[in-house]
Design a protein around this ligand. Structure first.
Ligand code: EPU
Length: 496
């Protein structure tokens, strides 16, 4: 079945969908992050945003439950965060539909409010009035909590000719530099300096940003988004090459186009942006969260269950679906936006076979699903290698999975995962979520484990999953949330 929706009709839709698999990411030299060189001043470790006071919940899972039924997938976190930054480019009242209610989106709302925006948010519907934005300096504490907080630098600079933004936070999964954002803004005529931990940006000509050409050494999602927003209000034409292909990037482009911007593709990796004097408010629906959908697919597989989910845009998850199918899962498209994933042994005829994989920028296997799929591999047959090529420190879940009985040998950016026939036997234990996606992988492992698993640090999971335990509970998982005691809090704060 071909999937044509409002969401798939984006600026990338003129490219046949099969073209997503035409160039194996492994042949793209820019995918090798180890080859990149970043000036030290622009390379920093994100602050550990887990505060003692917020270490307040744990998830308790009794394992071995079978899942069934249907789950609704929320709007995309990373799309919503970028689009919220994008609202600063326009004047007036924008309406956003399917905004996920997450701690990260709440933080982003705080950042916009600190600039003077007025926001109302109720049950996924958000009204953002950016007419009164009057500050160019967002609240540093809030920017320091999430990566996307930094993305406001582009819109602020483009609209006001000035911005003062602190270094961003986000999950501790690598150095996460911002050199590409800065070099790109400089190519559009900005002066950007780091002073006392804050970036001071202004326009060199005293009037506004000017169109320019910039080649991203690496197809960074955030840098592509920052520059796309900035270029939308620059004077003249901007050419951005080697841009990120992630669906969230194209969702932001669609939002900007709906706001009056001119963003076009020239070939597969280049964007041409014709700057406009002013963008207007608009109404827009956020795409479904492909990472949440992928997590539920892994949940069906790891519990050897059958569940359906919607809305999903399957071609956003092509590589993930291929891997699951190769492992023996039955993935069926039941409607334009409905997927069913079955791993029930009686239905699929055999148990799941493991698979190796390497993460890549889209359309490769998403780094944001690496920890969850590593958990799944521990329950499959065989031993396989998982390689992380997007972030250099995204293996923190391994130690926690090991506490649950997983047999994994970890290297710098790769891990050999031994399946259930090679020594992995999952059993309940007390573990700590070290970051968002690692937390999700522990939830999945806990559901497949014998006995009870307690996962502290649910605050991380709340950053990116809307009602995860409620959704899993409705599918039949035995999962509940409890506050952690103050003593547990102290032990965990010392531990993390
Ligand atoms: N990079 C640079 N220089 C830059 C920017 C990035 O070298 O100026 C490097 C990073 O160090 C990293 C690689 O490029 O090794 C990829 O980073 P990218 O900029 O693409 O990621 P991001 O914009 O920081 C977004 C998502 C992440 C997701 C990545 C990759 C948001 C808010 N975050 O981060 O989401 O993993 O793209 O797809 O959009 C998550 O949801 O759990 C998450 C971490």
């Amino acid at each position: 079945m071909t999937l044509i929706s409002k969401h798939s009709m984006n600026l990338y839709s003129s490219i046949p969908q099969k073209s997503y698999s035409e160039t194996p990411p492994s042949q793209n030299p820019t995918c090798q992050f180890l080859k990149r060189r970043t000036p030290l001043a622009l390379c920093f470790q994100p602050p550990n945003t887990l505060q003692k006071s917020t270490l307040d919940h744990k998830l308790i899972i009794s394992g071995k439950s079978e899942l069934s039924g249907h789950v609704e997938i929320s709007g995309s976190k990373n799309s919503a965060l970028a689009i919220l930054a994008g609202t600063i480019c326009s004047y007036g009242i924008s309406k956003l539909h399917r905004v996920p209610d997450l701690s990260d989106t709440r933080t982003m709302m705080g950042i916009l409010r600190s600039l003077g925006a007025r926001i109302e948010f109720l049950e996924g519907e958000m009204v953002v009035d950016t007419e009164g934005v009057c500050s160019v300096e967002p609240c540093s504490d809030l920017v320091g909590k999430i990566r996307a907080g930094f993305f406001v630098i582009g819109p602020l600079l483009a609209r006001f000719g000035e911005a003062m933004v602190s270094l961003p936070g986000g999950c501790d999964i690598g150095a996460r530099p911002i050199d590409l954002h800065i070099r790109g803004l400089r190519a559009l005529g900005a002066i950007v300096e780091l002073r006392h931990g804050k970036l001071h940006a202004s326009v060199a000509n005293g009037r506004g940003l000017v169109g320019g050409r910039f080649h991203l050494d690496y197809p960074s999602v955030g840098a592509t988004e920052t520059l796309m927003m900035a270029a939308s209000l620059a004077d003249g034409v901007t050419e951005l090459s080697n841009v990120a292909q992630e669906p969230e990037v194209s969702d932001l482009a669609q939002f900007l186009i709906a706001s009056g911007a001119s963003v076009e593709r020239a070939g597969r990796h280049t964007l041409i942006i014709n700057g406009r004097k002013r963008l207007h408010a608009t109404e827009f629906t956020i795409i479904p969260d492909r990472i949440e959908a992928g997590t539920f697919m892994a949940a069906a597989a790891i519990t050897r269950s059958s569940i359906s989910m919607s809305p999903v845009i399957p071609f956003h998850l092509a590589d993930v679906i291929n891997k699951l199918s190769a492992a023996g899962c039955r993935v069926t498209q039941k409607g334009p936006h409905i997927l069913e994933v079955s791993a029930v042994p009686a239905t699929i005829g055999d148990d799941l076979q493991g698979f190796g994989f390497r993460t890549y920028p889209h359309p490769g296997f998403p780094t944001d699903l690496q920890p969850q799929f590593m958990a799944l591999l521990t329950t499959c047959n065989g031993s396989f290698t998982v390689q992380e090529s997007v972030f250099e420190a995204r293996m923190r879940h391994v130690e926690e999975l090991q506490k649950l009985g997983a047999r994994i040998r970890v290297g710098r950016n790769s891990a050999t995962v031994y399946g259930k026939d090679q020594g992995s036997v999952l059993h309940g234990s007390h573990v700590v979520a070290p970051d968002l996606r690692s937390g999700a992988s522990l939830v999945l492992a806990g559901m497949a484990a014998e006995g009870t698993t307690e996962i502290s640090g649910a605050v991380y999971i709340d950053r990116g999953y809307e009602n995860l335990e409620l959704k899993l509970h409705c599918l039949g998982a035995n999962i509940k949330r409890e506050p952690v005691t103050s003593i547990e809090n102290q032990i965990l704060a010392a531990f993390i």
